[in-house]
Design a binder for this molecule. Structure first.
Ligand code: SF4
Length: 470
């Protein structure tokens, strides 16, 4: 779906390289492949063994970095970050990687996720005299590391990681080492690969393909990897707990060409569409998917139902951030910037419109209206995930529960509000089985808290959803 109008946004993507003379360029290309995870800002920090160098800015990767800038970022290792910033949280100082200098050397951090006890830790640090320069959770970790400076760095990082709770995939870099950590439940994806003799780390495996790197494995929950010129070493900072990877990564966030835990995202989405067709069949003439992330599920629905898949909706790919958006008045006159219905396909037809999820319902309402205006006789909406009824505390902007249409309305009420002729969602069991098939489905279960309310970590009394912060 179209994140910017849907209100469902991933917060970040991270990428790192160790041991390559073109590390900044490789990180640039890696981040470009992760651009769907954040479009508001990007940064790269490199090390040449002597010093860290940083470049960052607002915007898309190609807007932030020029060729000259990348050349200036010399060094054999880099970490990079793409960021989705929320209202009041988009200042330059919050763009990552964060870079700190001290007498003992530099420290750079890049983080994907959200810490549920960040506020409590911030209060504690400030009470003890720390001055925080950003509103980012990530800075808390830097302060915790620095406070444990009596310990060797590796232990200081472990000590800091043991104090934070929530979802985090971290890259930490000093002049001579890179540290890679995944939270004890592995809520956010993080993979290790190699390119010749160099190590690469990425939020998603699609970035490995772009630079010609080979995938090796996932970073285990609770694992700390230490990468340096001496090699790679794996340590644990937490006892093994069953992984609860975010199910929305499969449903919506990750690119279809990425593999998560060895499972291809496109294939998983197709299975979701297939299960949806089995759970909620409907008599119709064509199946169409809302571009881009719902196409795979729509193909699965079409294959399982025998109803032909057609391109009933087209996305305009060239609407940039700075494009002049139509006024409300022009919008009402039918000026549609991002999505169009294909009249020749849907006119006079009973259409199944497959979407990956519904957040506020405003986008679904617009698309149903668009299809009907293009002549669709009936529009049956099929959602390839369960209703989102609870906010996410782990780094995904699912708005506050007041804005989640499924938190406050029954399926019948949503159907009426979006103007659909019928509406059905995939069940929680159907989603779980589509991701983790067969035997695996009995053993595994990713995080499904936004659907079920069963949060895999404790939620602190003062945990505020990042988008509810004052
Ligand atoms: S609550 Fe939902 S969006 Fe958040 S980590 Fe869990 S599954 Fe993902």
């Amino acid at each position: 779906m179209l994140a910017e109008i849907k209100g469902l946004n991933e917060e970040c993507g991270i990428f790192g390289v160790w041991g390559h003379q073109d590390s900044a360029q490789l990180t640039y290309y890696g981040l470009h492949a992760l651009q769907h995870r954040g479009q508001e800002g990007a940064g790269i920090v490199t090390t040449d063994g002597e010093q860290l160098k940083l470049a960052k800015g607002h915007g898309l990767i190609n807007e932030v970095f020029s060729e000259n800038q990348l050349e200036d970022l010399s060094g054999h290792a880099s970490i990079g970050h793409v960021r989705y910033a929320t209202a009041g949280d988009g200042g330059y100082e919050n763009i990552q990687p964060l870079h700190f200098r001290s007498q003992t050397g530099g420290l750079a951090l890049a983080h994907n996720g959200n810490l549920v006890n960040a506020q409590a830790l911030k209060n504690q640090l400030e009470a003890q005299g720390s001055i925080l320069q950003t509103t980012s959770d990530t800075e808390v970790v830097a302060h915790l590391i620095k406070r444990a400076r009596h310990l060797p760095l590796e232990q200081a990082i472990m000590e800091a990681l043991s104090m934070i709770k929530g979802a985090y995939a971290f890259l930490v870099m000093t002049e001579d080492r890179m540290f890679v950590a995944n939270d004890p439940r592995g809520l956010r994806p993080l993979s290790l690969g190699h390119l010749g003799e160099s190590w690469v780390v990425s939020s998603e495996t699609c970035a490995f393909d772009v630079i010609g790197a080979e995938y090796d494995r996932e970073i285990d929950p609770g694992e700390l990897l230490i990468i340096s010129d001496e090699g790679i070493e794996s340590k644990r900072f937490s006892a093994p707990i069953q992984r609860t990877l975010c199910s929305m990564e499969y449903v919506y966030f990750s690119r279809p060409d990425s593999n998560l835990d060895g499972k291809n995202v496109h294939a998983s989405r197709k299975r979701m569409g297939k299960s949806l067709a089995e759970e909620a069949p409907v008599d119709a003439d064509v199946v169409t998917g809302v571009p881009d992330s719902s196409i795979s599920a729509a193909i699965g629905y079409a294959e399982a139902s025998g109803i032909p898949y057609e391109l009933g909706l087209i996305k305009n790919r060239y609407v940039g951030r700075t494009f002049i958006q139509p006024s409300q008045e022009l919008r009402e006159q039918g000026v549609k910037m991002k999505l169009s219905a294909v009249r020749g396909i849907v006119e006079g037809k009973k259409v199944v419109m497959v979407d990956d999820s519904i957040v506020r319902g405003t986008t679904s309402r617009r698309i149903v209206k668009m299809l009907k205006e293009a002549g669709a006789k009936e529009v049956h909406v099929r959602i390839a995930s369960p209703p989102i009824q609870n906010p996410c505390y782990y780094g995904i902007d699912t708005s506050n529960s007041g804005e989640l249409i499924a938190a406050n309305n029954s399926v019948e009420e949503i159907e009426e509000q979006i103007g659909a002729d019928s509406l059905a969602f995939l069940s929680v069991q159907g989603l779980n089985d589509s991701i983790y098939q067969g035997e695996e489905s009995l053993k595994h279960g990713g995080c499904m808290a936004c659907f079920t309310g069963n949060y895999p970590t404790e939620i602190y009394p003062n945990t505020m959803h990042p988008y509810e912060k004052a």
